[in-house]
Design a protein around this ligand. Sequence first.
Ligand SMILES: [Zn+2]
Length: 203
Amino acid sequence: MILLIRIWGDPILTKKAKAVDRITAKERQLIADMMETMEAADGAGLAAPQVGVAQRIFVFRIGEEMHALINPKITLREGKRVQPEGCLSIPGVQANVERAARVVITGRDERNKTVEYECEDSEEQGRAASAAQHELDHLDGVLFLDRAQTDTISWLIEAEDEEGEEVIEMLETSPQEILQAYKTRRLPRDVHIQEMLWERLEK
Ligand SMILES: [Zn+2]
């Protein structure tokens, strides 16, 4: 089942999520639904608070494969890397964030087995390292804009170049402006947001 993605301004997104004591059929169903939702939204990761559940669970991609982590912990951070990031709960926005280039993350999977992944952003793994750090932050109520380089925070605007080709332009903004825009449902014209998230903003 595709779950409703919470949009910034929803108090659950800035709360610390609770550790999971027992992994039951309920948690397994939540994980299956989160994977389906992440897939449908074409995301690199999705944390339980983003679908309204304040539990320490997230799903993310390592390359093509989807994985779930319960009560995750990063045990190693190496190197630094600055890259543009976005978030399904802050649609239409992009900003540069400095993250560790490589992380080792451990936790339990949906079968209650301890798992450990070495993640690195690469051709093979996609955005695995940034996603792991971004999703773990969600479990602590931290959003990527809290860590973003302020002068890079931008709305993504759909435009056309001289040849009539579709391009994405950046329109500088601030966290205050973004929050206000979501709250009043007054987004910039032609902002680049996926269909399924537009539906959320139209409600
Ligand atoms: Zn996010």
